[in-house]
Write a protein that binds this ligand. Structure first.
Ligand code: SIN
Length: 312
């Protein structure tokens, strides 16, 4: 019997594939659909203190090798997602959910966490330090001093399971530097990676950019992203304390891609672009394909190959 079970922060999950906070997790309707699918669980859209409409449309476009988006963090505000999760916790006792949060400064991050603490939320918080799509706001994950300040303030206050979502890094020195910072904190996990920020996709026929916000600049997801995502998962697994788990996100289109993320060290795998393209049926397909890869290789569970990527 092949199992894709996993665990994050001491919580067990029947599957190791779930949605990513990003392009399919905005409304109760979308979250209901993820809940009713083969996904391990759900993570909410990154919530802010007050609701946001996000960037003007069109703000998402599929491309031959993936997608470009500049959603700009549209969300209904943290209270909406805490209410949704509270109802889910009552409906399915024992199941664990993720709430994604993002403040626009450390004070807002702390205010968001206080709101979580004041609620009946029992799951895992994901702090998004990597959205590339808010005009005028740099990606926090590239400012290592800011990351340090935020994590110091966060862990002064909050001791329940918390992970962070990071942007992709491209230089081995940057992996060394950011991992040294992260290893100082009791992080449950690192989620690598958010989209590659500020790519540009062009419609040659129309001689135009594809999306409206930020003159067409947006986060690149899908197949383009996979080598970068795998590099980040593998580089972090080599550098982070073993107590810090890894969620691998980026470029998953099929079960072999999920297998590769786990081989590089991911404990859970999230999907964004392919979920937006195919809808929640994708979770059943990816799980079936992952199990087929595992069966062909003789693996019964993901721990048998997790992090065991061979180097030459
Ligand atoms: C967005 O809302 O712009 C996408 C989510 C993210 O990049 O964190």
């Amino acid at each position: 019997m092949i199992s894709t079970r996993t665990h994050i922060a001491g919580f067990n999950f029947d599957n190791c594939i779930m949605n990513a906070a990003g392009v399919y997790d905005y409304s109760a309707e979308e979250l209901d659909a993820v809940q009713q699918s083969a996904a391990a669980t759900f993570v909410t859209k990154s919530a802010t203190l007050v609701p946001r409409e996000g960037n003007p449309e069109p703000r998402y476009c599929n491309t031959p090798y993936g997608s470009i988006n500049s959603m700009g963090l549209p969300n209904f505000g943290l209270a909406y997602y805490l209410d949704y999760v509270s109802a889910a916790q009552r409906q399915v006792p024992g199941k664990t959910y993720f709430v994604s949060l993002t403040g626009f400064n450390v004070e807002e991050d702390i205010a968001l966490l206080r709101q979580v603490q004041a609620s009946d939320f029992e799951g895992i918080v994901e702090l998004n330090l990597s959205c590339p799509n808010v005009p005028g706001k740099p990606q926090t994950g590239y400012d290592f001093e800011a990351v340090t300040r935020i994590l110091e303030a966060v862990f002064d206050l909050y001791r329940a399971p918390l992970g962070i979502k990071l942007p992709p890094y491209f230089d081995l020195v940057h992996f060394d530097q950011i991992a040294a910072i992260l290893n100082r904190f009791p992080l449950a996990y690192v989620n690598s990676v958010n989209s590659i920020g500020n790519g540009l996709c062009v419609d040659a026929a129309a001689e135009s950019v594809l999306i409206k916000p930020k003159q067409g600049f947006g986060g690149i997801g899908g197949a383009y992203l996979k080598p970068t995502a795998l590099a980040n998962v593998f580089a972090f697994r080599q550098r982070l304390n073993s107590s810090i788990q890894i969620i691998g996100t980026g470029g998953v289109q099929n079960g072999t891609d999920v297998f590769e993320h786990i081989l590089c060290g991911a404990d859970m795998v999230q999907v964004g672009t392919v979920l937006h393209q195919e809808g929640v049926a994708v979770f059943e397909r990816l799980t079936r394909e992952l199990k087929a890869v595992m069966a062909q290789k003789g693996y019964g569970g993901i721990d048998e190959f997790k992090g065991r990527l061979k180097t030459l």
